[in-house]
Design a protein around this ligand. Structure first.
Ligand SMILES: NC(=O)c1ccc[n+]([C@@H]2O[C@H](COP(=O)([O-])OP(=O)(O)OC[C@H]3O[C@@H](n4cnc5c(N)ncnc54)[C@H](O)[C@@H]3O)[C@@H](O)[C@H]2O)c1
Length: 434
């Protein structure tokens, strides 16, 4: 079976490489010509552990090809996986422009019956609409089958998540089409949930919303812990060992960012509003996260009062470790707030410095290492828990900073060690060290 993947971003590229690895013939198509030309050389335009090797291997074995020519991508294919972006509109709804354009282009070039599989996260009803949109534009002899196959991979562990995911969701009205997509995934030997299209679309939104709910819940508990002298590390452990709850997504911090959770939760909330349904919990998750993202800056304001002219350091710029993705990262909001205070900002991230430099240019300074960024600093903000940042020696940190003052949004360090080193240390949901 010949498979085309539309959109070679975090999802499309990893899916394409992993399906090629298990022996399928994959053509990855993207409208971004620059991306495709880099990919043709076997170089990944994104940072994802293990991806470069997988690309090289499957390009060499001729299972994986790249093109920016729609004719080449669509004219002779049995199955198309759409993995283009679905960012937020201003009002929180999902922006379906990319997916609509992709569908129109598919219809223009399709020469034979095909299964259209949407991997992008899309509002309930989109798969059916896209199926109709393509069917209406192709010759009547061409039959279009629609399959919703939402993606659950996480950036940073995307390859492992694809090969060892918890489940694969396949939603279709056609048992033939569902069977065909199930066969494509057979080599992964993962549990498959077969369902109708609308339920498949809903599974993705419900999953992300529930995970976000867990994060916002533990963040609320952390905020209470700070006020009543409890320690969220101990509370999370005690709660998470209950198997009905589980210990995942119980790590308190300064809220979730990234290209998925915020936009998906807003999109589901928007969908609920359109249906005149007041989704109270979801609205609270959004509100709690908005407040949590401001927390570190507000704490700093309490202790520092004025930040004008102060040398401050921001460590970690991506929305989480092991990715280069800075979309909706908490660090960007923090940098913005610090700039408004006229602070002198130095940043460091192991991977994402070039992306941030494109945004801020010479408004901020860029260091080559965490310790260099901390040199002579009067306050440090920890935003992303990269290993390199977690493993910093607090002794060296104390020596390096002009004023040993840390606001830690990810609870990276032990409060005992910070106390021992004489560092003023404010984290989330744990006693302050001052
Ligand atoms: N990133 C994640 O961790 C993740 C996880 C699960 C689901 N998702 C969902 O998957 C979808 C894709 O996310 P992503 O992070 O991979 O996006 P991305 O922005 O990294 O990649 C999208 C790609 O699609 C390309 N594109 C846009 N229009 C196109 C067209 N008409 N034809 C061909 N290519 C086109 C873009 O050039 C880009 O390379 C989104 O709906 C997202 O919510 C993402």
């Amino acid at each position: 079976m010949k498979i085309t993947i539309t959109g070679t971003g975090y999802v499309g590229l990893v899916t394409g490489a992993c399906l090629a690895e298990v022996g399928h013939q994959i053509t990855c198509y993207d409208i971004n010509k620059e991306k495709i030309s880099i990919l043709k050389q076997g170089i990944s335009p994104i940072y994802e552990p293990g991806l470069d090797d997988l690309l090289q291997k499957n390009i060499n074995s001729q299972n994986l090809a790249f093109t920016s020519c729609p004719k080449e991508a669509y004219q002779d294919t049995d199955c198309i996986f759409i993995a283009v972006g679905t960012p937020s509109n201003e009002d929180g709804s999902a922006n379906l422009t990319y997916i609509d354009k992709a569908a129109i282009e598919i219809a223009e070039h399709l020469q034979k019956s095909s299964t259209i599989v949407i991997k992008s996260t899309v509002p309930v009803g989109t798969n059916e609409r896209i199926g109709r949109l393509i069917q209406e534009r192709v010759s009547p002899s061409i039959n279009i089958e629609s399959v919703s196959n939402p993606e659950f991979l996480r950036e940073g562990t995307a390859i492992k998540d694809t090969f060892q995911g918890d489940r694969i969701v396949i939603g279709s009205q056609s048992s033939e089409a569902a069977k065909k997509i199930g066969q494509i995934y057979e080599p992964f030997q993962l549990p498959i949930v077969h369902t109708d299209i609308r339920s498949a679309e809903m599974i993705k939104y419900a999953s992300n919303s529930f995970l976000a709910l867990k994060i916002s819940f533990i963040n609320e508990i952390a905020n209470l812990c700070e006020r009543i002298g409890a320690n969220i590390d101990h509370v999370s452990r005690g709660v998470g060992l209950d198997k009905r709850i589980g210990n995942k997504f119980l790590h308190a911090g300064i809220g979730f960012g990234g290209s998925c959770f915020p936009k998906d939760i807003n999109a589901l909330n928007h969908l609920a509003n359109d249906l005149d349904y007041d989704f109270k919990i979801l609205q609270s998750v959004i509100d709690v996260n908005r407040r949590q993202k401001e927390l570190l800056f507000k704490k700093a304001k309490t202790y520092l009062y004025s930040m004008s002219g102060k040398k401050v350091t921001v460590l970690g710029l991506t929305f989480k470790p092991n990715t280069d993705d800075i979309r909706d990262s908490v660090s960007l909001q923090l940098i913005q707030d610090l700039l408004l205070e006229d602070a002198e900002i130095t940043v460091y991230d192991p991977i994402a410095m070039p992306q941030v430099e494109k945004l801020y240019g010479n408004k901020i300074s860029y260091a080559n290492s965490a310790l260099q960024a901390l040199s002579d600093s009067e306050a440090a903000f920890i935003v992303t828990e990269w290993d390199e940042i977690v493993q910093l020696s607090l002794e060296k940190v104390k020596e390096t900073m002009a004023v040993p003052l840390i606001f830690d949004g990810r609870n990276c360090y032990s409060i005992e060690e910070a106390g021992k080193q004489g560092i003023q240390y404010y984290s989330i949901g744990r006693p302050a060290v001052n």
